[in-house]
Write a new protein. Structure first.
Length: 154
């Protein structure tokens, strides 16, 4: 029986970047397609971003009194999933760097969660980038699209 060695689970934590095609509307000066560069975020970083867009508060009735169930206060959780996804996209994209001050200034934008919508203004562009980035990260609906995942890895 082979020895069970834990060293196989002790991987070096390194930043990995994959390339994927940008939307067709993005070409260089010679008309060649541009490639996106996507940093593969760790699961803990993705969870951290999602948690930042989750708000928990006491659930109140119409009179402003807290709901009580079985002797305990009831909490409600509100999520801004769309904004969390835009933050994940902005953080994962290395090229274009949506945190770049020059790019943010060009779009007159101070919130990185708005940058994906500012740079990829057409619905098809945003959907393409969203699908590719989320697939590369292994999350979202795009993660089930094998062709998209392979495109992101190559």
């Amino acid at each position: 029986m082979a020895k069970k060695d834990l060293k196989f689970f002790m991987r070096e934590q390194k930043e990995e970047i994959v390339k994927a095609p940008a939307p067709e509307s993005f070409v260089d000066d010679e008309g060649n397609p541009i490639e996106l560069e996507i940093k593969l975020l760790s699961n803990s970083r993705i969870q951290e971003i999602n948690d930042a867009y989750r708000k928990r508060s006491i659930a109140l009735d119409k009179k402003g009194n807290p709901y009580i169930a079985m002797g305990e206060v009831v909490f409600k959780t509100e999520r801004d999933s769309a904004r969390a996804v835009r933050h994940i996209i902005a953080e994962a994209l290395v090229y274009p760097n949506l945190h770049d001050p020059e790019l943010m200034d060009y779009y007159k934008c101070v919130d990185i969660t708005e940058m994906p919508r500012m740079v990829f203004t057409r619905a098809d562009e945003y959907q393409h980038v969203s699908r590719i980035v989320l697939a590369a990260l292994g999350i979202g609906l795009g993660a089930t699209d094998d062709e998209t995942i392979e495109a992101a890895k190559n």
